[in-house]
Ligand binder design. Structure first.
Ligand SMILES: [Zn+2]
Length: 121
């Protein structure tokens, strides 16, 4: 029957290709401990002098920690010590610190993201 063929065709088209990023490894936010793909997180890297830096490329050398692209986690990181602790497992290697410019950059990143992520996942 013609009708069946049409229905079958419709059903086949309905099968949506799933929006899935393949091969993306999950990382944990050091603040809220949620596992997310790298695209949902920002990498913070500890530089040689102990200063924190935002690692946009995700490939900067040095010890790194991940934090959600969310204003909540950024402000929690600013208030607490979790981020510094994650970046300095060994105190003997010196203190980790973050200056105002670092926080400004991080805050700017999560604010921009909040606007553009509306139609995301
Ligand atoms: Zn988080």
């Amino acid at each position: 029957m013609n009708k069946d063929a049409a229905t079958e065709k419709k059903n086949r088209r309905r099968a949506n290709p799933k929006r899935r990023i393949i091969g993306e490894r999950e990382r944990m936010c050091v603040i809220c401990r949620t596992l997310k793909g790298k695209s949902g997180l920002i990498r913070i890297v500890r530089q040689a002098d102990g200063a924190c830096a935002v690692d946009i490329t995700g490939k900067a050398p040095g010890r790194g920690a991940y934090i959600c692209r969310s204003p909540e986690c950024v402000s929690a990181a600013k208030k607490g010590k979790s981020l510094f602790r994650a970046l300095s497992p060994n105190e003997a290697k010196g203190k980790v610190f973050a200056d105002a410019a670092f926080w400004d950059e991080l805050t700017g990143l999560v604010q921009n993201n909040a606007e553009s992520e509306e139609e995301g996942l």
